[in-house]
Design a protein around this ligand. Structure first.
Ligand code: NAD
Length: 306
């Protein structure tokens, strides 16, 4: 194709895609049917993982729960059954351990079958300034928040590729789009998770495997306990999110094949500004939004156990 024709084609398609997006502001996207799909959720023993399990249960899926917290998973399984799940399987699995991921994945394939919706949700936060964070905690953060995604993809993607069917869901964070003072290791792990999911998604498209969808979720603080103690400066602009609301938005994004889900909506604007503003103005805006002090009052889950 020559330069002229290709340019015209890109311009026309660009106009169409923008018109299409505009139409979808008023006309809801069609939702896909996921009844019977095998959904694996890591970190399903509490928080968003548990709530997503309940939402997926109500849609007639087969659930596979992974966590290091056996009691938490048992409770999630009970709630998922209450929400209508016919089959719930749960497995102790430390996602930060590659060999354990491969071993438990093989067990899942034997006992349940091929996973068609993979939700990488398990996550941890150190909550310390970079130079105060012990090496072991930094390594663990990257292993759970990033490397676990590599190993679960390696384990479950081959069957999705063979069937050209599946959905990869990455629960990242707004800290995977914008750096935060006091969250260096967490931000690094979440930036990596976003880059990884986006790149594999493109690799699948480029190789014609367009039946495998990707959803990358980047929420601001959620009221699950993980970031207990943290406060938001302007709650109207950047509210601390309700976990039920987040879980419902994630399921909606999966059902409509939405690639990026940023919560709250103001984050789309803030993330875009970050990339276009002069650096000094970006820092000024960051200070105005409270990004410099977000972690000053962090307590995390420990507070609940006291
Ligand atoms: N809570 C927030 O403010 C917030 C904001 C943005 C993104 N997120 C992300 O959302 C996801 C869910 O977080 P949450 O708020 O529900 O927290 P949570 O602490 O309630 O849930 C995390 C779950 O992961 C499990 N887990 C931890 N390490 C594991 C490991 N090695 N192997 C398997 N499971 C492990 C925990 O046992 C727990 O059940 C995380 O990836 C988190 O980074 C949370």
């Amino acid at each position: 194709m020559n330069f002229f024709l290709e340019t015209i084609k890109v311009l026309l398609l660009s106009i169409w895609y923008n018109v299409e997006s505009f139409i979808h502001l008023f006309v809801p996207m069609k939702k896909k049917n996921i009844a019977g799909e095998v959904v694996l959720i890591t970190g399903a023993g509490s928080g968003i993982g548990r709530l997503m399990a309940q939402e997926f249960a109500a849609l007639g899926t087969v659930l596979v729960l992974w966590d290091i917290n056996q009691e938490g998973m048992k409770e999630t399984a009970r709630l998922a059954k209450q929400s209508g799940a016919s089959r719930v399987h749960y497995y102790l699995c430390d996602c930060s351990d590659k060999n354990e991921v491969y071993r438990v994945a093989d067990q899942v394939k034997r006992e349940v079958g091929d996973v068609s919706i993979l939700v990488n949700n398990a996550g941890i936060v150190t909550g310390k300034k970079f130079m105060d964070a012990p090496d072991s905690l930094i390594e663990k953060t990257v292993e759970v928040n990033t490397m676990a995604h590599f190993w679960t993809y390696k384990a479950f993607l081959p069957a999705m590729i063979a069937n050209n069917h599946g959905h990869l869901v990455s629960i990242a964070s707004s800290a995977g789009l914008i750096g935060v003072n006091g969250l260096a290791d967490y931000c690094a792990s979440k930036f990596a998770a976003v880059g990884f999911a986006e790149s594999v998604g493109l690799e699948l498209l480029a190789t014609g495997k367009d039946g495998i969808k990707t959803t990358i979720v980047c929420p601001y603080f959620i009221n699950t306990g993980m970031f207990d103690g943290c406060q938001t400066k302007w709650p109207r602009l950047l509210p601390i999110l309700n976990p039920d609301y987040v879980a419902k938005k994630i399921i909606h994004a999966v059902l409509t094949d939405q690639v990026f889900l940023l919560l709250p909506k103001s984050l789309y604007f803030i993330a875009a500004l970050k990339n276009v503003l002069p650096m000094k103005q970006g820092i000024l805006l960051g200070q105005y939004l409270g990004a410099f002090n977000l972690m000053d009052t962090f307590k995390g889950h420990a507070k609940k156990q006291e």
